[in-house]
Write a protein of this length. Structure first.
Length: 252
């Protein structure tokens, strides 16, 4: 279920029927000395999670995948891999559904939206072992179904494309990741990556609210700075934000 370009570049695939979470499986593989470039996909998870330890429902028919990368970059550059993963998700969903921006959009820092409803999310975690830095990227994509009990709108790919399937999306995703990562690895590669992400950004130029540890802050989503931090124009001036939960509107 990986395309020719991804396989030729050394990417491998393991498929499980059910796991606690694909990220934990990737962590186990890393501990056993796996060299990386490893996709782990499960048909279902019983302990999937998102950012901040939130539970991620994992019914069959959706994509649950993690990508293990061993020594992909210097640790300081690792957050940029999240933008690559988002772009790869966008590329793959566009290939499967035929949708494009602005209907298909990326919500900072880690969600894929269709008509402003969440269809996918990703989680990036770094691991340092024996002086070697590795990254695990977890991705969950609603394909056959989407949760009904969320505090935000949710959707799934099959609502927008009858032919959407785990197999089609995985092939497109692995190929898109390989292309995006290869381009990013070139000198100055984050510049084009940043520009491509902003072309697909949800709520750019609109009023948003960021939930931060010190409390919510609202302003106009201006863009990304040269290293990928969110630029927010507030009543007190421009703020540059490393991490937070973004919501549309002046309150959240």
């Amino acid at each position: 279920m990986l395309g020719e370009a991804a396989r030729s570049a050394g990417y491998r695939l393991i498929v499980r029927d059910e796991v606690a979470s694909t990220m934990e499986e990737a962590r186990l593989a890393l501990g056993q000395g796996d060299p990386g470039k490893l996709w782990i996909v499960a048909r279902s998870q019983n302990a999937g999670r998102g950012r901040h330890g939130r539970q991620w429902g994992s019914p069959p028919g959706n994509l649950y995948a993690s990508l293990l990368l061993v020594a992909p970059c210097e640790p300081v550059l690792a957050p940029q891999l999240g933008f690559l993963a988002g772009l790869a998700l966008h590329d793959a969903a566009a290939a499967v559904t035929g949708l494009s921006a602005p209907r298909l959009a990326l919500k900072w820092p880690n969600d894929l939206l269709i008509d402003r409803a969440k269809s996918a999310g990703l989680l990036l975690e770094g691991e340092s072992r024996a002086g070697q830095f590795s990254v695990i990227i977890g991705l969950g994509v609603n394909i056959a179904s989407s949760p009904q009990d969320t505090p935000y709108a949710a959707t799934h790919l099959a609502e927008h494309a009858q032919g959407a399937s785990v197999e089609r999306l995985l092939v497109a995703l692995a190929e898109a990741w390989h292309r995006r990562f290869s381009a990013w690895s070139l000198p100055g590669g984050f510049g084009p990556t940043r520009a491509a992400w902003l072309e697909r950004a949800a709520f750019l130029g609109e009023t948003v609210t960021l939930r931060l540890p010190e409390g919510p802050v609202s302003g106009r989503f201006h863009g990304l700075d040269p290293v990928g931090r969110l630029e927010l124009d507030t009543a007190a001036g421009r703020r540059v934000i490393d991490a937070g939960d973004l919501f549309f509107g002046a309150q959240a």
